[in-house]
Write a protein that binds this ligand. Structure first.
Ligand SMILES: Cc1cc2nc3c(=O)[nH]c(=O)nc-3n(C[C@H](O)[C@H](O)[C@H](O)COP(=O)(O)OP(=O)(O)OC[C@H]3O[C@@H](n4cnc5c(N)ncnc54)[C@H](O)[C@@H]3O)c2cc1C
Length: 399
C-alpha cells in the first residue's frame, strides 16, 4: 500500500491545480487518474478569471498553442440580433482576455505542472472504492491501494463521493442535453473571421443554443444544447446545416462523429466533511452556456488546496469545517453563475440587456465582468442587483 498526505482522485484541471498547490507547500500528494493522458475532454473555452488561477500555479499559456479569446459573441440568426462582449470592457482589475484550449493539451500541461511540483501522479488507475475513517482515508485503485491523511475528490462529473453519499442534487430548468463534434481544416474564410479576436460564438436557437469555439490548428468545436427533451447526433449536424455562420465556417472541413451528454447541472450539497473535500465538477456543475466550468474548477481547487495545506501543517486536517470558508466562497460563485444562466434561459430582461444596442455602460461592464468569471467583487452594481432581485432565489437550487 502507498501512503501519502493527500490523495487526489482525478487529474483534470481541478485535481492537477490542487495537487500543484499542495506539493509546492512540501506536502506529499498522490494523484490517481483513471485515464491515460493525453485524453479528450469537453470544456474548451476558458474565462479571463482562469488566468489568475493559472498564475497561482505558475502556468502561462502559449498563444501559439492555444486560441486567444478576446470576448464572446451572442447572436440570434433568426432575428439578426447580435452583441459582442469584449473582456477589455470590464470593471478595473479583471483580466482582458482568455484562451480556448484543446483539453488534451491543456490538462496535460496542468498534470505535468503538478508532477514538476512534486506530486506523484498515477495514470490509468481508476478508483473503485473510498473509505474515510477517523484516522485517515483509503482508496482502492486498479493499480493498488493508497492511504492518506486527506482526500480531495476531483473526479469531475463522475462526482465519486457525491454519488456514493447521495448528496448530488440536480438543478432544473437549464440545458438538458448536449451534442457536440469537432471540425478540422476549417476554411480560410473562417480563419479570416476568427483570427482577429478568437471569440466564442453563442447562437440562440428556438430549442436552446449552439456553441462554436475556435481552436488552434484550423479546428472548430461545435455543440448544441437543448433546453428540453432529448438530443440526437443528427441535431448537431442539422444545427450546422441550418446556420449561415456555421455553414460558412465549416465549408469543406472534416467533422468527427458527434458525442452526446445529458442532464448535467447539479450541486453536491455536502462538498466537504471530516478529511475530505470535493472540488471542480465534483462539487458543482452548471450549464456551460457561459463557459464557467474550468474557471470555477481552477479557482476552487487552488483555494481548497490552500486551506487543506494550512490545516495539514497545523495537524487539524480532520476538522470537518476546515473547508467551510472555502465552500461559502465557492457557493457565491456558483450562485452568481446560476443567476446569469437562469436569466439566459428564462427571462426577456436578460435578453434585452444582451441584445440591447445601447445598454447602460456600467451595467454592461458589470455583466462582462461576470462573464469574465470575476464574480467575487463587491463593486459590481450589475451583479449586486442580480443578487438583490427577488425574482429568483439561487439558494433554493444551490443551498
Ligand atoms: C457539454 C459541455 C460543454 C462544456 N463547455 C465548457 C466550456 O466551454 N468552458 C468551460 O470552462 N467548461 C465547460 N464545460 C465544463 C468543463 O468540462 C468542466 O467544468 C471541467 O472539465 C471541470 O474540471 P474538473 O477537473 O473538475 O473535472 P474533469 O475535467 O472532468 O476531470 C476529472 C478527472 O477525473 C478522472 N476520474 C473520474 N473518475 C475517476 C475515478 N473513479 N478514478 C480516477 N480518476 C477518475 C477523469 O478521468 C478526469 O480526468 C463543459 C461541460 C459540458 C458537459
Amino acid at each position: 500500500m502507498t501512503t501519502t498526505d493527500v490523495i487526489v482522485i482525478g487529474a483534470g484541471p481541478a485535481g492537477s491545480a490542487a495537487a500543484t498547490v499542495l506539493a509546492e507547500r512540501g506536502i506529499d500528494v498522490c494523484v490517481v487518474e483513471r485515464e491515460r493522458f493525453p485524453r479528450f475532454h469537453i470544456g474548451e473555452s476558458l474565462l479571463p478569471a482562469t488566468l489568475s488561477a493559472l498564475d497561482r500555479i505558475g502556468v502561462r499559456l502559449d498563444p501559439d498553442e492555444h486560441q486567444y479569446k478576446a470576448g464572446a459573441r451572442f447572436l440570434d440568426e433568426s432575428t439578426g440580433q447580435e452583441q459582442t462582449y469584449w473582456f477589455h470592457d470590464t470593471l478595473p482589475g479583471t483580466p482582458d482576455h482568455a484562451y480556448q484550449v484543446e483539453r488534451a493539451l491543456f490538462d496535460g500541461i496542468l498534470a505535468d505542472r503538478a508532477i514538476r511540483a512534486g506530486a506523484r501522479v498515477t495514470f490509468g488507475a481508476k478508483v473503485t472504492d473510498v473509505h474515510v475513517d477517523d484516522d485517515g482515508v483509503s482508496v482502492r485503485t486498479d493499480a493498488g491501494d493508497v492511504r492518506g491523511r486527506y482526500l480531495l475528490d476531483a473526479t469531475g462529473q463522475n462526482a465519486l463521493l457525491a454519488r456514493r453519499r447521495r448528496t448530488l442534487r440536480r438543478i432544473h430548468g437549464f440545458g438538458r442535453a448536449a451534442a457536440f463534434l469537432h471540425f478540422s481544416e476549417i476554411p480560410d474564410a473562417a480563419l479570416d473571421e476568427i483570427e482577429p479576436h478568437g471569440n466564442i460564438q453563442i447562437l440562440r436557437t428556438p430549442f436552446g443554443w449552439i456553441w462554436a469555439i475556435p481552436l488552434r490548428g484550423r479546428r472548430l468545436s461545435v455543440g448544441v444544447v437543448a433546453a428540453e427533451g432529448r438530443i440526437s447526433e443528427q441535431d448537431v449536424r442539422d444545427a450546422v446545416a441550418t446556420s449561415d455562420l456555421l455553414r460558412r465556417w465549416t465549408r469543406g472541413a472534416t467533422a468527427t462523429e458527434p458525442t452526446l451528454v445529458g442532464d448535467y447541472s447539479y450541486v453536491n450539497t455536502e462538498p466537504h466533511g471530516a478529511r475530505f473535500g470535493c472540488i471542480g465538477d465534483a462539487a458543482c456543475f452548471l450549464d456551460p452556456v457561459f463557459s464557467s466550468g474550468v474557471t470555477l474548477a481552477l479557482l476552487g481547487a487552488t483555494s481548497a488546496a490552500e486551506a487543506v495545506g494550512a490545516a495539514l501543517a497545523r495537524g487539524d486536517e480532520a476538522d470537518p469545517d476546515l473547508l467551510a470558508d472555502h465552500a461559502a466562497r465557492m457557493k457565491l460563485g456558483y450562485r452568481a453563475f446560476y443567476l446569469l444562466i437562469h436569466r439566459f434561459y428564462h427571462t426577456a430582461i436578460f435578453e434585452n440587456l444582451f441584445f440591447s444596442e445601447d445598454p447602460d455602460p456600467l451595467m454592461r461592464r458589470g455583466l462582462v465582468t461576470m462573464l469574465a468569471g470575476d464574480v467575487w467583487r463587491e463593486d459590481n452594481v450589475f451583479q449586486n442587483l442580480l443578487f438583490a432581485s427577488r425574482r429568483v432565489d439561487p439558494s433554493r437550487e444551490i443551498p
